[in-house]
Design a protein around this ligand. Structure first.
Ligand code: SF4
Length: 989
């Protein structure tokens, strides 16, 4: 009976050895599975029993085509397989390299992700690598002009300045802004680098694009990531896009959606602006910017009223939906919904009916939903809608949360976050010890690098607020010194709000270093003339040329959690160096190089030492158990890249028995890119998890359930899944907590570890066991999930609004609604800084700002450009396509101001900023809203900044940055900046 069951369920599980193992250890398996009663008896757990919590907080928060001769027979032609660096879709590209020169590129038709498609940016990659407007050598700002210096001079001077700052003001006086365009290996190495420097003052782009998603989603059901995949959207029957303009921001993802539409999927687009994505919708809904919760809960109102919620699913797998139901039915009646978001009842009913009648349904959101002062609550409202419909954990359903940059997911997972070590391990002492052991360094030595033990476990300042770390009064910040030095390591300043204050902050610094293939707007802003008295006369500014991802190798994690390995296409151009080489060289000067690279081999690149990326990934494989970054060895990832054609384009699963011909790596049963979690050691051969929390599959086939991460009971109610709700073939058929050595012993499973494993796993849990044996035994032998089997939370009791509440933005055009839905109270010492809410909103109402600035200002993406845009606007192929920064304004608002289409105008905001842009008069936006793209920089309140860039290294297209003019406002959990709802007026120029 047992043998039959196991062979049927656990693909690839060594059934007989598992059975023999049990016999050897004298374990009785009278019944093959454990129901709730048996489980509670054996484990000693129960509601109210109080599980000894584990120590770590997680959610707190081408194929070379083979060398051939070139046409003239003089050299070799090679094909290198790489991945586009311009968004999170992860389109593969084959680069044709002749005698070391990248001469041509082809989209990869075998890629299950892009199927041979590219958008304009992907088609222009070669020009990005060979870009003529790149920074070519290190430079230093001298008397307002950038001058060339040598690498030795630059590294010596920068490190001397850093050590001076450390001596005078401590390690927290330095702030490092990492990159969501770093590879996984570089992002991870930078977090390690910061730890050895001795500060948590590091962050990256993800803070200001999806931090609210990560916190909100992880606190709802376990992990802060997209649950399904672009490909899986082909299985959806309805797709609700809210705050996503995928047709421009994630163009190739639309391949899958359009296939889905051909087979009957209904597409609903909800946005204040009629976007190119909306143009493809079956139903377009225009909402007032920032009113996502009234809209989403307005849908829930009709779902609950009609009894359309999935009652069994909610009973089995969701905590707190009854409380949400009460709240929604009381507060979000159709009249209130229309008043708050502008959508009439008939359209709300129509959309709710579409969601009810078409299952499974998916929801897609992006920065339109995340970048608000209540972003954490908005994303949870989206999650709750999907939970109510029973749409999470099923193919065709889920929350498809499209990330931005190519590796923003990976950089979030393992990179330089201020509140966590890699893998969401947090900053608790136990986490530090786990990593110290992996890194092979003494925990006490790391502790001494920090200003104090308290600063080691205290979250750092976020990238959204580094300017306040400089400008805020010292007595109000929660660290010894203000920030005095900033390293901009692959980050665009114009992607951040409050540009005028940022310029002041840059002027006040002692040290500013930009490390980037393109010097970015930071270089020009730093060189721009300062207001009298602002400039620190001792300030030093340096620019270091970094390689693009085409001049090195490494892995990147696409939005669907698949990892892809990029081959090096070309050798580093000019004097550029890879980011990981620069980290190593700076560490040499700062005195922690040996600790940094202890576990890595070094390779020579242009005669210089560089850590081997494969070895960095192997180190990640050895420690990031929490999110399953442990199964994706370099060998497995490379085999996937070489054998893309083997993977199904809907399921992402390898078809048939597949083995890489050269290396013999077995891909059978794998999902493309081993989407995390890919559990256990690479030898365990977990296939990756294509759709999270999917109980219809065995855990060794990528199946799962919601994570038991919030305890075992709350208010006398169990937080574990109900009887019968478990992943396919699990030995425990009820909810269960996460596994540690104690639980394994209680269940009689401890004997299934080898004696050596037992010695190493003693006292550990599944996240800290260095052998991975706890994970192996739980998954392979028993079909259970190491992180337990819990309920998702509709009520997140540790957040400011446990049930998501609508709150108006700080800067808005509707004081009447601000009175009904006021913002939060001000906070002190929040991520080391005071953070204002109510005092700002109240003052804005008192000052009558809605009269002076009667238009909502919101922003978004264009298909031609990416992020802050310096790279893509420096690419002549792309620059030709979009040459002007502009503001979209409705014909009514334009005619009231005497502005005609194509004319110059001034966009003015309460910060005092004035942006000179072209008017695009269009009904894409409603009469109360203006929209600007956020990719521009290089013009500053009417002035061309060309003279401030280093000679030869400036973007071809320059324009006003919308964020020069955006206002104050931060999410109440994560410090996400508010970019999507502020106010402006527009004047004829
Ligand atoms: Fe694909 Fe995104 Fe690159 Fe376009 S920008 S080619 S959609 S990865």
């Amino acid at each position: 009976m047992l043998l039959t069951k196991k062979s049927g369920a656990a693909a690839g599980a060594p059934v007989s050895s598992s059975f023999v193992h049990r016999l050897r250890h004298g374990l009785s398996q009278a019944v093959p599975t454990m129901d709730r009663r048996a489980f509670l008896r054996r484990s000693g757990l129960g509601v109210g029993a109080g599980l000894a919590a584990t120590q770590l907080t997680l959610v707190k928060k081408a194929d070379a085509a083979g060398a051939a001769k070139s046409i003239d027979g003089s050299g070799t032609v090679e094909v290198k397989r790489t991945v586009c660096t311009h968004c999170s879709v992860g389109c593969a590209s084959d680069a044709v390299v002749e005698n070391g020169v990248w001469v041509r590129q082809e989209p990869v038709f075998d890629s299950p992700i892009n199927l041979g498609a590219h958008c304009a940016k992907g088609a222009a990659l070669r020009e990005h690598g060979h870009g003529e407007y790149r920074l070519r050598y290190p430079m230093k700002l001298v008397n307002g002009k950038y001058q060339r210096i040598s690498w030795d001079e630059a590294l010596n001077e920068i490190s001397a300045r850093m050590l001076d700052l450390r001596k005078q003001s401590g390690p927290d006086s330095l702030y490092v802004i990492g990159s969501s365009k770093h590879s996984n290996e570089q992002a991870y190495l930078l977090r390690k680098w910061m730890s050895f420097w001795g500060s948590n003052n590091c962050d990256h782009q993800a803070r200001i694009c999806h931090s609210t998603t990560v916190a909100g989603v992880a606190n709802t059901w376990g992990y802060g990531a997209m649950t399904n995949s672009y490909n899986d959207m082909q299985n959806s029957k309805v797709a609700l896009y809210i705050g996503s303009n995928a047709a421009e921001a994630h163009p190739v993802s639309m391949l899958h959606m359009l296939h889905s539409k051909e087979t009957g999927c209904k597409m609903i687009v909800v946005d204040p602006r009629f976007t190119r994505t909306a143009a493809k919708a079956d139903e377009y809904v225009r909402i007032r910017s920032g009113s996502d919760i009234p809209f989403l809960f307005g849908l829930l109102y009709h779902i609950f009223k009609n009894g359309w919620e999935d009652k069994q699913y909610i009973h089995d797998r969701v905590f707190g939906m009854d409380k949400v139901r009460e709240d929604v039915l009381a507060k979000w009646t159709p009249d209130k919904v229309e008043e708050a978001c502008g959508v009439p009842e008939a359209q709300m009913i129509k959309v709710a009916t579409m969601l009810h009648e078409s299952k499974p349904g998916t929801i897609v959101w992006c920065m339109g939903q995340t970048q608000h002062t209540i972003g954490n609550a908005m994303v949870r409202a989206s999650c709750i809608l999907q939970l109510a419909l029973g749409n999470v954990g099923v193919s065709g359903g889920g929350a498809n949360i499209f990330r931005g940059h190519d590796n923003v997911q990976g950089a979030t997972d393992v990179g330089p976050n201020p509140d966590s070590l890699p893998g969401y391990y947090g900053l608790a002492e136990g986490s530090w010890k786990h990593f110290a052991a992996t890194w092979g360094v003494d925990f006490e030595w790391i502790k001494k690098q920090y200003a104090s033990p308290a600063m080691m476990t205290k979250s750092g300042i976020t990238v959204s607020r580094w300017i306040d770390g400089i400008l805020e009064k010292n007595e109000l910040i929660d660290q010894e010194s203000n920030i005095r030095g900033v390293l901009f390591w692959g980050h665009a300043p114009n992607s951040q709000t409050r540009g005028l204050e940022m310029k002041k902050a840059m002027d006040k610094l002692d040290l500013l270093v930009v490390i980037d293939p393109y010097p970015s707007a930071t270089a020009a802003m730093a060189a721009m003339t300062s207001a009298p008295g602002d400039l620190n006369p001792n300030r030093a500014v340096y620019l270091l040329p970094a390689c693009t991802q085409f001049e090195t190798s490494g892995s990147a994690t696409a939005s669907n959690r698949s990892l892809q390995w990029r081959e090096k296409v070309i050798e580093p151009l000019w004097e550029s160096r890879s980011d990981h080489m620069i980290m190593y060289q700076l560490a040499q000067k700062l005195g922690f190089d040996k600790e940094l690279v202890k576990n890595y081999q070094m390779q020579k690149v242009k005669g210089l030492d560089e850590p081997v990326p494969e070895d960095i990934l192997r180190e990640i494989n050895k420690c990031v158990w929490t999110i399953g970054y442990t199964g994706q060895s370099p060998e497995r990832l490379k085999a996937h890249m070489k054998n893309m054609a083997a993977f199904d384009i809907k399921t992402l699963k390898a078809r048939g028995n597949v083995r890489d011909k050269e290396t013999g790596v077995d891909l059978t049963g794998d999902y493309f890119g081993l989407p995390w979690p890919c559990w256990g050691t690479p030898e365990m051969r977990h296939p990756g998890s294509p759709n999270l929390y999917d109980t219809s599959k065995h855990v060794m086939d990528g199946g799962g359930n919601f994570r038991a991460n919030f305890g075992v009971e709350r208010d006398g109610v169990s937080l574990l899944a109900e009887d019968g709700s478990h992943s396919l073939g699990a030995d425990i058929t009820t909810g269960y907590p996460e596994f540690d050595h104690v639980l394994l012993k209680k269940l009689g499973w401890w004997g299934e570890l080898t004696p050596d494993e037992q010695a190493k796993a003693e006292g550990k849990n599944w996240k800290t066991d260095p052998t991975g044996a706890i994970i192996r035994v739980v998954m392979k032998n028993h079909g259970c999930h190491p992180f337990g089997n819990g309920k998702a939370r509709a009520v997140v009791w540790n957040f400011p609004d446990p049930i998501p509440q609508h709150r108006e933005p700080l800067y808005g055009t509707r004081p009447d609604l601000m009175a009904k839905y006021p913002t939060h109270d001000d906070k002190r010492a929040f991520w080391r800084l005071p953070t204002l809410y109510k005092s700002v909103q109240d003052k804005n109402i008192a000052d009558g700002l809605d009269k002076k600035f009667p238009l909502i200002l919101t922003s978004g993406r264009l298909v031609e450009y990416e992020g802050g845009g310096e790279e893509t606007r420096s690419n002549p192929w792309l620059a030709e396509l979009q040459q002007e920064s502009f503001v979209e304004i409705n014909p009514k608002a334009a005619s009231e101001r005497g502005i005609r289409n194509g004319e110059r105008c001034w966009v003015v905001t309460p910060t005092g900023a004035r942006l000179n842009v072209q008017a695009l008069v269009t009904e894409r936006v409603g009469p109360d809203t203006c929209w600007m793209p956020f990719h521009f920089s290089g013009r500053w309140q009417g002035q061309d900044m060309l003279q401030f860039y280093p000679a030869g290294a400036y973007p071809v297209v320059r324009g006003e940055a919308v964020n020069t003019a955006t206002t104050y406002g931060y999410d109440s959990v994560t410090m996400m900046q508010e970019t999507k709802t502020t106010i402006c007026n527009v004047e004829k120029a």
